[in-house]
Design a protein around this ligand. Structure first.
Ligand code: G4P
Length: 522
């Protein structure tokens, strides 16, 4: 098969949701379709099951959670599916955001009883900003939930995206009859068990469906459908591809109901890998030369060897085991000896892979987050990965001052790896860390102790609002503990404002100072 045919088969996506909306349950069903697991219930055993999240790090075992997002890949129909997992609530970290730079589309699960929740909103914003196509699955229709129209309105208003219901539910909870599949013009009837009956609209007239058609809930839904046809937005594939419209499906991951139909439609509509921007212009995914970028580095997968694995999203060409590649940043060439493809926690060696696939390569401590690796005569780098706004800042010191050398080395490496963000205070030797989730601090503390033998003290500075300053506008006398003047990794000046009020107050007093917000999500 040609590189073009191979890459066109790839469907690489992430599932985003708020914890408890049903991501695990839905993923599990998809793995059953992909024959990766035989029956549901395997993924749920978060601590012991075969597809339990990795036990690569001790901290993961202790907390029974996955620190890093894992990757699942399987063939489905004519497609090659890659699902990138985004970790849940407490383990939310910059990795979660960065995962979204490696996918071509996103499935957003919403709990019909709750609507949009905080975490969905956060992740959604990143997708919207990057123009990633978003497909919505409204889950738990087997329960009494909120009115579908109300949910549509909430998605449109809160997320500022058009909705197009691909399916529309007839009732819910005990009254749930099934869904109208507007896309395929059929009614999918729900019987409370795993059986789904597909009835083409043209067959609904037949006597055997009389009971269904005369049901008051069915009749009410017909009116809703008419309203949708008349007043709803029209379906637009272009808008979907730009991330301006989301196709919406209703179902129940648990029953399961509507999952297979959703997945079939999604997989047909979801985009194959798209061209990406680089320093040498646009790179097409079917370019014969191999290229990819590193979106995550995972340390200590095997504590005995202290190895690190870099996760590469392939963007063009064909990957072959043992191939020579160039690191875009340095121009140095080396052999990719060890590589792995990830199927949940079982790591297998792979021989070849194409645009859209995610591979793990052994990292002898040379890679950085955002690095490009490639073959070919022209050296280039893909666009830098965005930096995400830390939500919590902490001052970090070594408990034992004698350990300052290891302390600095540890911080430097972990920052380079993208585990945490570092800021330095002006005129002071203070190190300030920034992270989007508490887990990043736990991992930082743990790794400083275990890998660099340094115990650290973390002093919370709370949530801060970071704003960058222009080089010529730095007047140190304007800042203090409250509104702290720091430098980022590149030495650029920024202020960590205590809160919104301090920020506004400062701006009122100093209207000539430009305060710049460099972060992608806010
Ligand atoms: P998450 O990964 O997004 O956190 O959610 P998960 O799939 O773990 O689901 C959270 C809870 O919601 C689970 O119940 C799960 O069984 C339930 N659930 C998921 N999909 C549906 C659905 O379509 N309908 C209904 N009624 N429930 C659903 P739990 O009680 O927390 O766990 P368990 O004891 O059932 O495993």
């Amino acid at each position: 098969m040609s590189i073009n045919e191979e890459m066109n088969k790839r469907r690489t996506f992430a599932i985003i949701s708020h914890p408890d909306a049903g991501k695990t349950t839905l993923t599990e069903k998809l793995l059953v379709f992909g024959n990766l697991i035989r029956s549901a219930g395997t993924v749920k055993g978060k601590k012991s099951g075969k597809f339990a999240t990795s036990d690569w790090m001790e901290i993961e075992k202790q907390r029974g959670i996955s620190v890093t997002s894992s990757v699942m890949n399987f063939p489905y129909r004519d497609y090659q599916v890659n699902i990138l997992d985004t970790p849940g609530h407490e383990d939310f970290s910059e990795d979660t955001y960065r995962t979204l730079t490696a996918v071509d589309s996103v499935v957003m699960i919403i709990d019909a009883t709750k609507g949009i929740e905080a975490q969905t909103l956060k992740l959604f914003k990143v997708c919207k900003m990057r123009g990633i196509p978003i497909f919505t699955f409204i889950n738990k229709l087997d329960r009494e939930g909120r009115e579908p129209f109300e949910l549509m309105e909430e998605i449109e208003e809160v997320l500022d995206i058009e909705t197009y219901p691909m399916t529309w539910p007839a009732g819910m909870g005990k009254r749930f009859l099934g869904v109208f599949d507007r896309h395929h013009e059929q009614f999918i009837s729900y019987s409370g068990n795993e059986e789904e009956t597909y009835i083409p609209y043209s067959d609904l007239e037949k006597p055997e469906h009389q009971e269904l058609v005369e049901h008051p809930t069915y009749q009410e839904t017909l009116e809703e459908l008419m309203l949708l046809d008349e007043a709803g937005d029209e379906f637009s594939m272009e808008k979907v591809m730009r991330g301006d419209q989301t196709p919406v499906f209703f179902g129940s991951a648990l029953a399961p109901f509507g999952v297979e139909g959703f997945f079939d439609t999604f997989i047909d509509m979801a985009p194959a890998p798209a061209p990406r921007r680089s320093t040498e212009g646009i790179v097409s995914p079917d370019d014969p030369e191999f290229s990819g970028f590193i979106f995550k580095i995972q340390a200590n997968m095997n504590p005995q060897h202290r190895d690190r694995v870099a996760f590469v999203r392939i963007c063009s060409g064909k990957f072959e085991r043992g191939m020579n590649v160039t690191l875009g940043r340095t121009g140095k060439t080396f052999k990719l000896a060890q590589s792995q493809q990830f199927v949940a926690s079982s790591r297998g060696t792979i021989e070849e892979a194409y645009a859209g696939d995610i591979i793990g390569i052994y990292d002898p401590n040379v890679y950085r987050i955002g690095d490009t690796i490639l073959t070919g005569k022209t050296n280039f780098e893909y666009d830098e990965l965005p930096q995400f706004p830390p939500e919590e800042f902490k001052k970090v010191t070594a408990k034992n001052v004698m350990k300052s050398k290891q302390f600095k080395k540890g911080i430097e490496q972990l920052v380079q790896e993208g585990a945490i963000q570092l800021f330095k205070r002006y005129r002071f030797e203070d190190y300030i860390l920034g992270a989007v989730g508490q887990l990043q601090y736990d991992v930082f503390e743990y790794r400083m102790k275990n890998e660099y033998n340094v115990e650290v003290e973390l002093q919370p500075l709370g949530e801060r609002i970071p704003r960058w300053l222009k080089e010529g506008q730095v007047d140190e006398s304007l800042f203090d503990e409250r509104n702290m003047l720091v430098q980022d990794r590149e030495g650029n000046p920024l202020v960590l404002f205590k809160n919104d009020f301090s920020l506004r107050w400062f701006q009122d007093k100093n209207p000539d100072v430009d305060l710049i917000d460099l972060f992608e999500v806010n």
